[in-house]
Design a protein around this ligand. Structure first.
Ligand SMILES: Cc1cc2nc3c(=O)[nH]c(=O)nc-3n(C[C@H](O)[C@H](O)[C@H](O)COP(=O)(O)OP(=O)(O)OC[C@H]3O[C@@H](n4cnc5c(N)ncnc54)[C@H](O)[C@@H]3O)c2cc1C
Length: 434
């Protein structure tokens, strides 16, 4: 229904006049008085799905989605763009589908939360009151975990771990590199967004080099001794990219952790003192939950503890934190996970505010990774709320993982399945046909 620039929005609410005013104070909108307002910060895999599912289940609720970007480029499948299998445009999605459902999409940045007054402050100073608040801001990068790395340095040595401009910088640098060049990929320490992502990226960059610049090298510097889907990735590295990829997994003294970069000089230094000159360096640093959850008081350290049966914050009442920002042990930080968690969050909110039935939470995740044309692998599980060492956690059940040596037909089916998943999840998040 409605979309607001910050200026229009300020005009409607009078720059903060909504604080603690409750739902239904806006005139000119079809808002049922007193039915409850849901404010969602972050219009990505988690947040946009919550907005969609709450509005679909209870159209009478007043749903606001605050997103700082006018469009969302998916990290998922962004490695395929680097490999030459997708365009960036095909990975970029707008909010028209959600607006058409009657969701108020505000293109602004949330900068503060007053949990006592139940308000969210936007960058320009306007405030939105809420009955339930949902925070799904994704990750922030810990630039200071690597000496010499910063937001400015990332323009020369991109992380490309938030998709869009950063992914394009990395692609352009690969395109501009001469044949025979050296590409370095510095993987992040745990926990981080998309555990198989760096290794799918290794395959996609190596595919590009193999087909366009076969004399080039791709060096993995990893601060971890092992990684997600390692068996099938190592098989793919050897099978398809033997002459291109060099894998360096760390030992017990973190020898292959990147500790320093010289972005202008183009060099990368590891903990054991080796300096490598890179023509292209993809530096993916350590990560933490998006800034707004820390402002809201939802975090403990870098991430946000939540109740596994609802994703309600354990620290702040009536606030949900989901997606990458949450501690969803043992669910990995993925778009599939965030989308699955969002459906539980939406059900919980609708039950609380609209008095409709909630059903027991069920979660699922699958992460596909493309390793070569017509060859994809996957890992996944179902999850239920349970306990481990006396602590509430999400417990994996029915888990599955691709195995080395699978036949080509099965891999091709997995490849096709992943493309079907992409179209499906994008429509499920943004209420659009992909
Ligand atoms: C290279 C790569 C490949 C990946 N591949 C896969 C894959 O194949 N499958 C899979 O399931 N997952 C994959 N992922 C992981 C997936 O992208 C994330 O786990 C998922 O997007 C997390 O959803 P989220 O809602 O937590 O955060 P996001 O989707 O990042 O959404 C957060 C949104 O919040 C907005 N925001 C942040 N702060 C504010 C604020 N203060 N005010 C307003 N807006 C704000 C941001 O602009 C952003 O749009 C991949 C990730 C990477 C990096």
């Amino acid at each position: 229904m409605a979309s607001f620039t910050r200026r229009q929005f300020g005009g409607f609410v009078g720059g903060g006049a909504l604080a603690a005013a409750g739902a239904g104070v806006l005139s000119g909108f079809a808002i049922a008085q007193g039915k409850g307002r849901v404010v969602i910060v972050g219009g990505g895999a988690g947040g946009a799905t919550v907005a969609n599912k709450v509005k679909a289940a209870a159209p009478e609720l007043d749903v606001w989605l605050v997103e700082m970007q006018p469009q969302y480029t998916t990290c998922f499948f962004s490695n395929l763009y680097l490999g030459g299998f997708r365009t960036l445009e095909s990975l970029t999605h707008g909010y028209d589908g959600l607006k058409a459902m009657g969701i108020n999409v505000v293109n602004d940045m949330a900068v503060g939360v007053d949990a006592g007054k139940k308000t969210v402050t936007l960058k320009g100073g306007d405030k939105l009151s809420y009955d339930r608040l949902v925070l799904s801001p994704g990750i922030d990068l810990k630039y200071d975990s690597i000496e010499g790395y910063s937001a400015e340095a990332a323009e020369m040595m991109p992380h490309a771990w938030k998709a869009g401009v950063q992914t394009k910088i990395l692609k352009d640098k690969l395109t501009a590199m001469a044949d025979g060049g050296t590409v370095v990929l510095a993987a992040p320490p745990n926990p981080y967004r998309c555990p198989p992502g760096p290794y799918e990226r290794m395959c996609m960059i190596a595919h590009y080099l193999k087909t366009e610049k076969p004399k080039s090298k791709l060096i993995l510097l990893d601060p971890k001794p092992k990684f997600s889907k390692q068996g099938v990735f190592m098989e793919a590295f050897n099978k398809y990219y033997k002459d291109i990829i060099q894998v360096n997994l760390t030992n017990e003294i973190d020898n292959f952790a990147v500790v320093k970069v010289d972005a202008k000089g183009g060099s990368v230094t590891t903990k054991d003192g080796n300096t490598i000159k890179a023509d292209v360096a993809n530096i993916i640093p350590a990560q933490r939950a998006g800034k707004i959850v820390h402002e809201a008081g939802c975090s403990e350290g870098d991430w946000c503890p939540v109740k596994p049966d609802s994703f309600l914050s354990t620290k702040v009442p009536d606030v949900y934190v989901l997606g990458d920002s949450s501690v969803a042990t043992q669910m990995p930080k993925s778009a599939f996970s965030a989308n699955s968690q969002a459906k539980v969050v939406a059900t919980d909110i609708v039950a609380a505010l609209a008095g409709k039935d909630a059903f027991p939470p069920r979660y699922r995740n699958t992460c596909w990774s493309m390793v070569a044309p017509d060859d994809s692998v996957k890992v996944g599980a179902n999850y239920t709320a349970g306990e481990k060492d006396g602590k509430p956690v999400l417990v994996a059940k029915d888990s599955f993982i691709s195995k080395p040596g699978e036949d080509a037909k099965l891999r091709q089916e997995t490849f096709k399945e992943s493309f079907g998943w992409y179209s499906g999840i994008v429509s499920d998040i943004f209420a659009k046909s992909a």
